[in-house]
Design a protein around this ligand. Structure first.
Ligand SMILES: O=C(O)CCC(=O)C(=O)O
Ligand SMILES: [Fe+2]
Length: 320
């Protein structure tokens, strides 16, 4: 099974696609049991019952490398076959590579959990929290075209995600305007990092769509896609995702250098990358000055997203 031409077109048009039946029900059920064990140390229903009697503690969402519940590891590989072997699905990898337009190269993979009763991952207001995930793996802000230097985030739906179960909110087509939206956002003081403070101030976007899907679906989305977390309407459920990010192999040297290498080290590496020379940056994977990635727009965004970054040497050899 691979993506049909119209599915692939949909991915390029919308910046994401959700494909049903990529994984079997049995695979998803086994993966969910394993994931619940890692995060809750027991079946979710038991944790929920304990929570109701104040006997459960909060659980992590598994996002970063340094969170390690005693019961297991949310980062890939988790050591649990039912989770780790999901990456060995050839149909899934074929679709991944269709979206990328190249062989895939690993960026990062982890379990992503939101627990209805304790969730704090959403913002207070519905216009807050919209962002792109690109910075998870790359320090290089969006390029003006898609399919070149963006990468692909993906997730397996371990269970049905209903509208009241806090599906991710995604803005179709926003991957194509991410660069301009960020530039305008920085100019209007509406951006922190790659997050918009107020979506209402961002012109020209479609309405957000909830990424609902049945168990066994796989979602593929561009790292430039603007999206946000929303609150759980139904606070009795959790949302369990097995996630994998891959970039194009023809630029993996510099698309994937901030994770996991950067995670524990970010506070040390970022100031270093800001002040060091282009030559040294290139040792760590930045493209060399003169590379087609560097344009007026990307350099302006680099100066905003890495305050103190001197784009002068890159401008000097631009387009050579
Ligand atoms: O899955 C969600 O609800 C959104 C979370 C999110 O955007 C993120 O963690 O970057
Ligand atoms: Fe995100």
């Amino acid at each position: 099974m691979s993506l049909t031409p119209s599915q692939l077109e949909q991915y390029h048009r919308d910046g994401y696609i959700i494909v049903p039946d990529v994984f079997s029900a049995e695979e998803m059920d086994a993966a969910l049991v394993a994931m619940d064990h890692i995060f809750y140390g027991k079946p979710y229903a038991e944790w929920l019952a304990d929570f109701d009697t104040a006997a459960s503690r909060d659980v992590s969402d598994g996002f970063t490398t340094n969170q390690a519940p005693e019961t297991g590891r949310p980062q890939f590989p988790t050591g649990k076959d039912a989770l780790d072997r999901l990456i060995e699905n050839d149909d899934y990898l074929d679709m991944f590579e269709q979206c990328l337009g190249d062989k895939a190269s690993y960026c990062n993979a982890h379990l992503f959990l939101r627990s209805g009763p304790t969730d704090k991952r959403h913002s207070e207001h519905p216009w807050e929290g919209y962002h792109i995930d690109h910075g998870t793996n790359s320090l290089l802000p969006p390029f003006g075209e898609i399919g070149r230097f963006d990468y692909v985030n993906s997730g397996a739906y371990l269970h049905d995600v209903e509208p009241d179960g806090a599906p991710m909110l995604v803005i179709p087509g926003s991957h194509k305007v991410a660069q301009a939206a960020l530039a305008n956002g920085y100019a209007g003081d509406n951006v922190v990092g790659f997050t918009f403070k107020d979506l209402r101030e961002v012109a020209g976007l479609e309405e957000p769509v909830p990424a609902v899907a049945p168990r066994g679906s796989a979602m593929f989305s561009s790292s430039y896609l603007i999206h946000a977390a929303q609150p759980f309407e139904n606070k009795r459920v959790r949302r369990a995702f097995w996630t994998l990010s891959c970039c194009r192999r023809d630029n993996d040297r510099w698309t994937r250098f901030s994770n996991p290498f950067m995670y524990g080290e970010r506070e040390h590496m970022l100031p270093f990358f800001v002040r060091t020379t282009p030559r040294v940056r290139s040792i760590f994977g930045f493209p060399e000055p003169g590379h087609e990635y560097y344009t007026q727009e990307t350099l302006a965004l680099l100066e905003k997203s890495m305050p103190g970054f001197d784009a002068g040497p890159y401008h000097a050899v631009m387009g050579t």
